[in-house]
Design a protein around this ligand. Structure first.
Ligand SMILES: [Zn+2]
Length: 284
């Protein structure tokens, strides 16, 4: 997979899978067939599957290598996890994500830091793996950086995702809880982008004059560039989600910030550009 150079930092996608998952109308209340129609031709086939009409959405991580650290941003769905939905994510046995990480020249021992934009099932699955019937950290030498608000909210709910993907990290004393604007160093820092979840963060990378931002699930689909008010039905706070997304798009539109999306179709990375009253994406 292509390695993107940002000053002294490299960024690389580690893809778990890229398949048609949801119909736009299952994801966004506003996305009726008529409302999607003006965008259908330009989004088919890369973002909308021509056979099923479902949105093509990868699940992926970003591997960031700085001069000092090997960093993983988001850890996909993982294997043998019990997830309520979608059914494709439940009890996966396919370890292709781990193979893809190894193909990038990185072993599980090599990761220094794991960041999660938020703690939903497709962003923290490979935090842990099953060994002799116990969930243990997949990356034994890593510090896992969790936004404190996100961690506490998940801890309060105490459902299976927290029990399997997060609690074992704390038990292994590898969890570090931080504020929403935490900076690891001059190259890597968090930005609060709440709305999709209680403590959602974007993760910024800067090196020399190059900048990138990993936006997690503050935006899910290129449909939301044309329609920034369309908000995922399952977002924690719909109004905050829309406000966060519009602020992010406004700030990075027509700039040199490389936006590294979680779920836009391959190559998933590009620049936000203005298009009339809304936005479009110049894929790398
Ligand atoms: Zn997601």
């Amino acid at each position: 997979m292509a390695v993107v150079q940002l000053g002294d930092v490299t960024v690389q996608r580690i893809v778990e899978h890229e398949i048609p998952v949801y119909h736009p109308s299952e994801f966004f209340d506003e996305a009726t067939a008529e409302a999607v129609e003006p965008y259908r031709a330009s989004l088919t086939p890369h973002a909308l599957c021509p056979q099923t009409g479902r949105m093509v959405m990868p699940v992926q991580s970003y591997l960031v290598r700085t001069r000092h650290h090997c960093i993983l941003i988001d850890t996909c769905v993982g294997c043998r996890k019990n997830y309520a939905e979608p059914p494709e994510w439940h009890q996966r046995s396919n370890e292709v994500w781990l193979s893809n990480l190894q193909a990038a020249g990185v072993g599980t021992d090599d990761i220094d830091y794991v960041f999660c934009t938020h703690l939903h099932s497709d962003h923290c699955g490979w935090n842990t793996r099953l060994v002799d019937g116990r969930w243990v950290p997949t990356f034994p030498n890593a510090k896992y950086i969790f936004a404190r608000d996100e961690y506490r909210a998940m801890e309060d709910e105490y459902h299976q995702i927290f029990i399997d993907n997060v609690e074992p990290i704390a038990e292994a004393k590898q969890a570090v809880l931080v504020e929403l604007d935490y900076a690891l160093d001059d190259d890597i820092w968090l930005e609060p982008t709440v709305g999709h979840s209680v403590g959602h963060v974007a993760i910024h990378v800067k090196s020399r004059r190059s900048r990138a931002a990993m936006c997690g699930d503050l935006i899910h689909s290129p449909l939301q560039l044309a329609e920034p008010d369309w908000t995922c039905n399952s977002d924690y706070d719909l109004a905050a989600s829309a406000a966060t997304r519009k602020r992010f798009l406004r700030e990075h539109c027509d700039t040199d910030t490389l936006v590294l999306t979680a779920h836009f179709p391959s190559p998933s990375m590009g620049h936000v550009i203005s298009r009339g009253d809304a936005y479009d994406f110049n894929y790398l």
